[in-house]
Design a protein around this ligand. Sequence first.
Ligand SMILES: NC(=O)c1ccc[n+]([C@@H]2O[C@H](COP(=O)([O-])OP(=O)(O)OC[C@H]3O[C@@H](n4cnc5c(N)ncnc54)[C@H](OP(=O)(O)O)[C@@H]3O)[C@@H](O)[C@H]2O)c1
Length: 257
Amino acid sequence: MNQSIGFLGTGRIAEPMIRSLSRRFPNSTILVSARSLEISTRVETLHNVSVSPNQNILEQCKIVFICLLANTAREVLPQLEFTSTQEIISVMADISLEEVSSLITPASNPCVTIPLPFIEQGGCPLPVYPESPVLETLFGDENDVITLSSESAIPPHFAATAILSSTMKQLDVVAHWLGEHAGSQRNGERYVANLVSGYLGAMPRDGAGRFKEAMEDLSTEGGLNNQLRQLITESGHYETLRDGLEQLHRRLKAAAG
Ligand SMILES: NC(=O)c1ccc[n+]([C@@H]2O[C@H](COP(=O)([O-])OP(=O)(O)OC[C@H]3O[C@@H](n4cnc5c(N)ncnc54)[C@H](OP(=O)(O)O)[C@@H]3O)[C@@H](O)[C@H]2O)c1
């Protein structure tokens, strides 16, 4: 890949995407909006990244990522001239593809995906709708590009990203508890981080019912894992989790119109 790749918006999610592309496609040219001075100054130190006015980005780049807040996109995109051959990839959570399409004419058929900040290191799941060979080429070598069957599958994927913070909370509770009882907070955190990442790292990520399989493996009658899971199940924790996801899903669907 030695094409020019553009980014409208140089914020929190654009930065790790830019860094990933810069590292893996050293012969490409990456043009990014002259915004978010701290971030754009940082990424401009990468050998193949330059800061540029938005319209110039569109003139130079066939592939353009839109990494704006939805309301900014509504204001800014209609003032820009797109071309009909441009490949547009939106990462915006709360705006429909129909509306994005109306803002980028004559470009058409944008896709939407959900990158997460750790895309910089790879291993990021990238749900996308519709299928995007360009996204696959740019990120598929080290991230799992998951093509969705409809746009309505995007909001629940955004909602599911919200489990990260509560999962960290759960791990932090265990690490602290272990630290208190075993005499070292540092070792407690090391132990829990390796326990979980080692277990997940060894698990195939082929979507073939592996969570269920793992739970069965960890469900020895009278075993430690079994006892703790049962206790947490009885507390209503998992119903709360499902309710919370439903709430987020409703919120995201309403925002996307
Ligand atoms: N953060 C995440 O983890 C994440 C994950 C998935 C999807 N998303 C989606 O990604 C989008 C961006 O989120 P974010 O967290 O990266 O937000 P952010 O950090 O606020 O980034 C927004 C960017 O847009 C720039 N901007 C504002 N006006 C502009 C203009 N006229 N021309 C060009 N750029 C302009 C901002 O620059 P200034 O700072 O100079 O205003 C900033 O660089 C959102 O729609 C969000 O739903 C975010």
